[in-house]
Ligand binder design. Structure first.
Ligand code: DGY
Length: 332
């Protein structure tokens, strides 16, 4: 019997390719050549499934020309790269990789927050440049985390994992979310629901962990930055586009907020040039989930999803992390 064909759009752990090859005829991109729109379309022709990356845009127009495609499995929890309604309408199963990356991403968010508030990278660059001649009392004064007010915009799994970390620092936690958490969860997290306006005004440190969508585009722009404390720090772990990076660069240059830590950018891997020239920002290349163990778990889960979605393997039929369960009634 011929195996269904699949595409793995970017390089991934070789063991994952080997596992997929037990079930599928695998077209893999282990050279990690970026597949732009036309190349992606061409490589997807005739494929039954795809193990995709958060940077692969898979929309209605693309899938309209791919009648054989039955499953799109993202190796990311975020899936703003997928046009889910279009996939559902076409009968295509869509999956992501939630849970396995929650704690690793929250750990990194904490590292970014601490590096930002305590000026870790700025002082290191200064030291490496040979500028350290003597100690002085006011060298690189930063902002404390302990007993400060932490604001969290987007209180899903990762937001809640961050709130749990705040307890160890004696912080007060405020949050804003599309929907309010049940009271017992708020109590367990010691987190108080507030309006977005209050969140902006009260937070000493503001963490962004909300999903990107047309509604959350530029949730933090010039107007929101103007409502924050001049001593506040802002950390974006969510997606580029949640913050207006041009407005943020201006606010940082003019010291309207104290500092920012950014793991995600509008139009990444491009970074707004204004952000590259201000000292009070810590910049990392979208690595919040990048621990050895977690990236393996994400790749394994994406592969499990693909194997199940194409009716192979022990879990045939129902992928473990289905984004569009309503597709099951009319899937291709
Ligand atoms: C995710 O899982 O959404 C991370 O941001 C990696 O893309």
């Amino acid at each position: 019997m011929t195996k269904p064909s699949i595409l793995v759009t970017r390089a991934v752990f070789p063991e994952v390719i080997d596992r997929l090859a037990q079930y599928f005829d695998v077209d893999s991109n282990q050279q990690d050549v970026a597949l732009d729109g036309a190349a992606l379309r061409q490589r997807l022709a005739g494929k039954s499934g795809v193990l995709a990356n958060a940077a692969d845009r898979i929309d209605g127009e693309l899938v309209a020309g791919l009648p054989a495609l039955r499953a799109v499995c993202n190796m990311a929890v975020g899936y703003n790269n997928l046009d889910v309604p279009a996939l559902t309408a076409a009968g295509i199963v869509a999956t992501n990789t939630p849970d396995v990356l929650t704690e690793t991403t929250a750990d990194f968010g904490w590292a970014l927050l601490m590096a930002t508030a305590r000026r870790v990278t700025e002082s290191e660059h200064w030291l490496r440049a040979g500028k350290w001649e003597r100690w002085s009392y006011d060298m690189f004064l930063g902002m404390d985390l302990y007993r400060s007010t932490l604001g969290i915009l987007g209180m899903g799994r990762i937001g809640q994992a961050l709130a749990r970390r705040a307890a160890g620092f004696g912080m007060s936690v405020l949050y804003h979310n599309r929907s309010r958490l049940p009271e017992e969860t708020e109590r367990a997290l010691n987190a108080r629901y507030v309006s977005k306006t209050e969140l902006l005004a009260q937070s000493d440190h503001l963490l962004l962990v909300l999903p990107y969508s047309a509604q959350s585009h530029h949730s933090i722009g010039a107007a929101e930055l103007a409502q924050m404390k001049p001593s506040a720090t802002l950390v974006n772990l969510a997606r580029g586009g949640v913050v207006d990076d041009a407005a943020l660069a201006v606010a940082l240059r003019e010291r309207r907020i104290f500092a920012a830590g950014l793991d995600v950018f509008e139009g990444e891997p491009q970074v707004h040039p204004g952000l590259l020239t201000v000292p009070n920002v810590v910049l990392t290349p979208h690595i919040a989930s990048a621990s050895e163990k977690t990236r393996r778990a994400m790749a394994d889960l994406a592969a499990d999803n693909l194997i199940a979605a194409l009716n192979a393997g022990p879990q045939a039929g129902r992928p473990p992390s289905l984004i569009n369960p309503e597709v099951m009634a009319h899937r291709r």
